[in-house]
Ligand binder design. Structure first.
Ligand SMILES: Nc1ncnc2c1ncn2[C@@H]1O[C@H](COP(=O)(O)OP(=O)(O)OP(=O)(O)O)[C@@H](O)[C@H]1O
Length: 652
């Protein structure tokens, strides 16, 4: 796509493109083509009139979400480590109601066998129909009441899960915004995604059903044991003695095996997400280099490991589930033999034996469920541990509690004895001494990997020096609040990033409150007016994810407009290495002049044509700053820069 030929349309976009591919179809009128009305070609643009009434009704029934309590600050909240209890704190009422309902639910569920026993012993045996009727009626009533209690309990635990998980997600998201760049170099995006997906979901499931079921089943076992002993101590002791040890052994085995299985599942799901996210981010490179087949095979291996992990869990479940059933059934057979004998001897009533059989059944169901729930609990616990680790990670570029807002600066930047490396023991910058005067444009040139971009990253405090200080107007960067610092430093990165949203959102990214007039003057400053006006939606024209629907030159100009709108005192510009055609280069250079006018600037220059325009140029290599001076001075000195310039001039 030529730089100014197609607007923000992107491939396949424009009038008549299919709705799903048509985000870019924003009404660019190409060479006398059909004029497209606002919204046409956009998915979901506009609601048909006949559906409006329904939508309005739906909107009225939507819950009104208040402002979130957890607003962003650079200071991590002092909430203590994440635990399950800490998650519930703040939702105490919902939790208390849920606990009460769990107790009611359990008692009602276990009323059945007791009523059967009463019906048999006091109704059927003495042939008293009224008692039979009463027992049956109460049984039915208890079932209905149990159903209502279960429903109410589920509603409560569902709400508890939804509320706590919303809080947790916001808290984790805020922490992700707070963490420094080194965290993102270390951690894979895919693994971070699993924190917010499978980990939070595991916890959600646990809060919604797991914990309540745990309580219901655990309580059931206690209630049943008490009831069994109250009926007949001897029979209860014998039966439980026969089955409990066997169950215990099986359950301990299952717990150990499922520990292994779950760990495998967790690790493999992380690997799967990482591979998926890398492939999605790199899809263009993958396509261009014909890596689809290899990458599919590699993904198959990763997915295969996940499949094996699931298979393993399935396998142990298949042994444990039916195994405990068999133990339970054998227990029932023993009960029939021993209890039947007691009934024959007159030591036990027939109704009591029936209740025993029913209760013993009720005893086994929870055991199986409890162990299954153990996996759920374990997933939740592992999720809490992982999330706790994430929430406890301290930003390596912290804002001290004593940090003061940086007043409006003149823009003097000083590097004083700055040493910095991304990895310990491997410094990229060594003892750098550098001063940029207010209003001065300093260009940095040097071989690739020399540490030029690193200088830029240090000025914006994406990293802090290992030793030495960086001062702005004489103030150490570390002693001012991050927001006040970054508000005064405009950054144009090497690879500008655009977000899904409109042009307006993207240009006003650093100052969302900017007026349209201000946005238009930024657009003018970078010479994009013609292009924006050519789209039917103007500033509302949408951009695709990562700005894929604009050319790299347009992305650079938009990034310049973004920095321009922010009106920073200091500009840090990491020049894009991509080559632009002459006209676009001219536009970028003109935009640059407007942006740098009257501001201090640190320019990481990849083109000598850019460097030449600076007030001063420094030449760096891995050993540090080699030369410093204006273009004319450096050329006259006949050093490294003069050599670079001679080569460049000969080529152009
Ligand atoms: N996040 C990182 N983690 C570890 N090492 C890094 C990281 N970023 C950069 N480096 C290393 O630091 C060194 C300097 O990188 P830097 O990006 O500052 O170079 P540069 O001079 O800007 O190069 P270029 O001209 O190619 O942009 C390089 O050797 C690079 O490998």
């Amino acid at each position: 796509m030529s730089m100014f030929g197609g607007g923000f349309g992107g491939p396949g976009a424009g009038p008549g493109s299919a709705p799903m591919g048509g985000l870019g179809g924003i009404g660019v009128n190409r060479g006398g083509g059909r004029q497209v009305g606002a919204g046409e070609g956009l998915p979901f643009a506009g609601i048909p009139a006949e559906l409006m009434a329904g939508v309005a009704k739906l909107e009225r029934s939507e819950p009104d979400h208040a402002e979130p309590a957890d607003t962003f600050t650079h200071q991590p909240p002092r909430t203590g480590p994440l635990t399950m209890v800490s998650l519930i704190r703040g939702h105490g009422r919902t939790f208390a109601v849920a606990v009460a309902l769990v107790i009611v639910e359990t008692l009602l569920l276990q009323a059945g066998p007791l009523l059967v026993q009463i019906g048999i012993d006091h109704g059927i045996v003495p042939r008293d129909f009224d008692i039979v009727l009463l027992a049956a009626g109460l049984f039915a009533a208890s079932v209905i009441a149990g159903w209502a209690a279960s429903g109410a309990r589920m509603r409560q635990t569902g709400r508890l899960a939804a509320d706590t998980m919303r809080d947790l997600r916001v808290r984790v998201f805020a922490q992700l915004q707070r963490l420094s760049m080194d965290y993102y170099t270390r951690e894979k995006a895919g693994v971070i995604m699993t924190r917010m997906t499978s980990d939070v979901e595991a916890l959600q499931q646990l809060f919604q059903e797991g914990l309540a079921q745990f309580a219901v089943q655990g309580l059931t076992m206690v209630v049943v044991t008490v009831v069994l002993f109250s009926y007949n101590v001897q029979l209860a002791s014998i039966t439980l003695f026969l089955v409990v040890p066997l169950l215990l052994v099986a359950s301990l085995w299952f717990r150990k095996a499922s520990d292994v299985g779950y760990r495998r599942q967790r690790d493999t799901i992380g690997a799967m997400f990482s591979d998926l996210s890398e492939n999605l981010y790199g899809v263009r490179v993958i396509t261009a280099h014909n890596r689809q087949e290899r990458n599919t095979a590699a993904h198959r291996a990763v997915v295969g490991a996940y499949r094996d992990a699931n298979d393993f869990t399935g396998h142990i479940n298949a042994i444990y589930g039916p195994g405990t059933s068999v133990i339970g059934m054998l227990g029932l057979a023993a009960l029939l033999l021993i209890g039947g004998n007691m009934v024959l001897d007159g030591d036990l009533r027939i109704g009591e034996l029936t209740a025993f059989v029913l209760y013993l059944n009720a005893f086994f169901a929870p055991v199986q469920q409890l162990v299954q729930l153990y996996t759920n609990y374990q997933q939740g616990r592992a999720a809490v541990l992982k999330l706790r680790e994430l929430l406890a990670a301290a930003p390596t570029v912290p804002e001290t509690p004593q940090a003061q807002p940086l007043p409006r600066v003149r823009g003097e930047i000083v590097f004083s004895g700055v040493t910095f490396g991304y990895e310990p023991g491997r410094p990229v910058l060594r003892d750098v001494e550098l001063r940029i005067a207010p209003g001065e444009t300093l260009a940095v040139v040097g071989p690739t990997g020399a540490g030029k971009s690193t200088l830029a990253k240090l000025v914006t405090r994406l990293h802090d020096p290992d030793s030495g200080r960086i001062l702005i107007d004489g103030v150490d960067l570390r002693s001012v609040t991050l927001a006040s610092l970054r508000r005064q430093i405009g950054v144009v990165p090497q690879e500008p990033f655009m977000f899904v949203g409109s042009l307006r959102d993207n240009i006003a990214f650093a100052r969302p409150e900017a007026t349209d007039d201000e946005i238009w003057s930024a657009v003018d400053a970078v010479g994009l007016r013609e292009l924006v006006e050519r789209t039917q939606l103007g500033l509302d024209a949408p951009l695709h994810e990562r700005g894929q629907s604009v050319s790299s030159g347009q992305r650079q100009l938009l990034a310049l407009a973004r920095a321009f709108l922010a009106q920073p005192r200091v500009v840090v510009l990491d020049e894009a290495t991509s080559n632009l055609d002459l006209r676009s280069e001219l536009l970028v250079e003109r935009a640059l002049d407007r942006l740098l006018d009257g501001r201090t600037a640190l320019l990481i220059a990849h083109r000598l044509s850019t460097a030449m325009r600076a007030d001063r140029i420094i030449v760096v290599d891995a050993s540090g700053i080699l030369e410093s001076g204006s273009h004319a001075e450096l050329v006259a000195t006949g050093g490294h820069y003069a050599g670079m310039y001679a080569t460049w001039s000969a080529r152009t």
